[in-house]
Design a protein. Sequence first.
Length: 399
Amino acid sequence: MDPTFAIDADSRSEGCPGAEAATRRVGIDDARELGRKVRVGQPAATRDGRVIRVSRLLRDRHSRQVTHLVVRTRRFFGRELIVSLGHVTEVSGDRILLCFNADYLDKLPVYRTDEEIDGDVERALARDEGLRRSKTALISVAVRDGLVTLRGYVPDQRALRLAAQASGCIRGVQGLRNRLVADDDLEARVARAMAVDARTREYVFQVEAQRGIVRLTGALECTEPSADTQAAAQEIAASVQGVRSAVIDFRGALAVEPLPILPGVGLPVYATDGPLGQLELVVMNPRSRRVTDLVVVGHFPSDRRDGGVEGSALEMRCLLVPAKLVGLITDNAILLEVDRAGANRLPDYREDDYSVPERGWQSSFDYRREDLRFPIVAGSRTRSRPLSRRGAWIGVPRG
């Protein structure tokens, strides 16, 4: 692990003998020069001779200048403590001299790794009684340099506040970015968008959102909107920021759509009789944000007759797997309802048939822009390009 991290904090510990003078010394002698002199592994000595070692350097996230040192009190099983540069009186030769005595170490803040903070935040969210009662919450936690970012979906504004409170009180958290979306707020924004659009404002739609998936329904006594109106409503709902996918679910003559699938890019893919490959891209309908196909990379028999002849040479292919063949998605795998021989007969993914989303397109919670492909329609100009990620190639050129 890289021992250099960034933080926003520019605070200095209080109550240290000589700290004020040391702070002035840093300003006079140029803090940048002092920051360049310190390095990981250097011994640091307290005023009464206790020797500890620098284990990490903390940098300001914006200027990238060293602002704090992390020191380890013992080589094995020691604590990691945060020391401000303001407590460094001198860097003499290969040693750092500190302004305080050894007993002051007990007053210094403990440094915590991103992994430790991440684990504590996830446990705090799991223990929160209010969030536990909300079984529809979907929260992803990411920690970088002590900054916690929450992404995902909660049922309402109350759950959103509870998640922020539970995360922000964890020891070692330097800051919190709450990117959670409340489903009740999503419902209101989708309803407003359809109420002002000329294609849908004359019809009554009931909007229900759960984990960012919006379902559009209508009452039995209402006039059934036409297929074009339903398609327009789906497109409007899917265009609202934060919507993962939009589903039409009218109780009239039109067929009810199945729930959308949102498989994770990078997951292994399995056929009914064994491993198939890895999911590299998803093909999405931009009007509904529904995943229509999976791009799976794997090694398959070069002879595709009857799914391949046993013992024939293997070749790497990018298969275009229809979403309807997905049987089950877990956190660790995608299971298809087709065997390897059947999968080998599926068509190849051809990059010229698809485009990447425009740069201004709002990515969803589940995918980055580069993970997605749209079927090319007339007037589309943003073409996909071959990628090389995770050791695999993407795209079969026309030929």
